[in-house]
Design a protein around this ligand. Structure first.
Ligand code: FAD
Length: 332
């Protein structure tokens, strides 16, 4: 099943979840067990990331294949196209197709550490749009294709953040959609107003109805929060910074609790201010489950997912479902 098909059939709010392939065998086993538990959140789809330059292509393919086979959830495999041999791209697409994976997130990618980066290089793939076109041309309807978008504008590496401007990227996002992209997942953000302005722009200038999934990263520790926001060039509004006075910054449990409250506020605001038009929320899980389980259980909008599960199965009462969700919290 494709992301687009599932989105079109969507009745209420939902989540989707991003995972990255662990390096070790025990890590992989733990993650698979965790992914299985997180299916209690009935995700619309899950995604598996792709490392720069295809350095861990095998691990991405393996995790995506097992997940597609064993979890009853559509898998979307990330695939980058620059600084990568075209053969790796074709191998990856064929392997995904053989594994019944029907969704690809088509990305440009970033240079691997220590590699030179030249967008002017004479290669077939310079931008993500080239990969979207390549997939649509050579694989037809085999894949439903997603693309990335940046509510605060895309920023190149360590480049000057003052150059970040969503308006600059917009024609290129339109190019990706016109080339056949079926859905959009955004970069993580914490500034709801910036996301809302961006969503409005996309609706006006790119597509009035393409499914768009806002990217959210739960706050698991103060250090990780700041690092992830910095790496993603996502601004943190002052009112959020103020929620983490020095006295709580080193208390991971307290930081997580505050983080859950903040994420719920973000979700509720987006849902309300878009009149429910945005109802599917994409979580960058960092392979962690606890915060997300709590966000879903406590968010007035997302907890409907658990109620629906509840109605679907007479033997489950909501307390049992919530206990299930609590049991998700054991490991992290
Ligand atoms: P593009 O859409 O190609 O855009 C890149 C830049 O080029 C933008 O600044 C854009 O404005 C500009 N541009 C585009 N087209 C043109 C043109 N024709 N002429 C001039 N300028 C142009 N990276 C990974 O390595 N692995 C992953 O698994 C991964 N997953 C991600 C998932 C999401 C949801 C997101 C948001 C990002 C992810 N990334 C991942 C990071 C991504 O690879 C980088 O952000 C990369 O720098 C840009 O990729 P893109 O697909 O957005 O590129």
């Amino acid at each position: 099943v494709t992301v687009k098909q599932r989105f079109d059939e969507l009745k209420g709010p939902c989540v989707s979840l991003e995972f990255f392939p662990p390096k070790t065998e025990p890590g992989k086993r733990n993650l698979l067990a965790r992914m299985e538990r997180m299916c209690a959140l009935n995700p619309l789809f899950i995604t598996v990331t792709w490392a720069a330059g295809g350095t861990t292509a095998g691990k991405t393919l393996e995790l995506a294949t097992i997940a597609q086979r064993e979890l009853n959830v559509p898998v979307c495999m990330h695939l980058t196209c620059t600084n990568m041999n075209k053969d790796i791209i074709d191998e990856a697409l064929k392997a995904a197709r053989d594994a019944d994976i029907r969704n690809i997130l088509a990305l440009r990618g970033d240079p691997a550490i220590g590699e030179e980066w030249s967008p002017d290089a004479d290669t077939e793939f310079k931008y993500a749009v080239d990969l979207v076109r390549y997939i649509k041309k050579n694989y037809g309807d085999d894949f439903c294709v997603g693309v990335a978008a940046y509510p605060e504008g895309h920023c190149e590496g360590e480049a000057d953040e003052s150059l970040q401007d969503p308006m600059r990227d917009l024609p290129y996002l339109k190019e990706k959609v016109d080339a056949g992209a079926d859905f959009i997942i955004t970069q993580l953000f914490y500034d709801v107003d910036k996301f809302l302005s961006f969503e409005k722009l996309v609706r006006e200038k790119v597509s009035s109805d393409i499914p768009m999934f806002p990217g959210l990263m739960p706050i698991n520790s103060h250090l990780l929060f700041n690092r992830a926001a910095k790496l993603s060039h996502a601004s943190i509004p002052q009112y959020i910074l103020d929620r983490f006075p020095a006295s709580v910054q080193s208390d991971d449990n307290r930081v997580k609790e505050i983080g859950v409250e903040i994420l719920i506020e973000i979700i509720e605001q987006i849902h309300e201010k878009t009149n429910g038009r945005i109802k599917a929320f994409h979580f960058y899980t960092l392979n962690l489950e606890r915060a997300i389980a709590q966000i879903v259980a406590k968010s007035p909008t997302l907890s409907k997912i658990l109620e629906e599960e509840d109605e679907a199965d007479d033997e489950w009462d909501s307390d049992v479902v919530l206990q299930d969700v609590d049991s998700l919290t054991l490991d992290d």
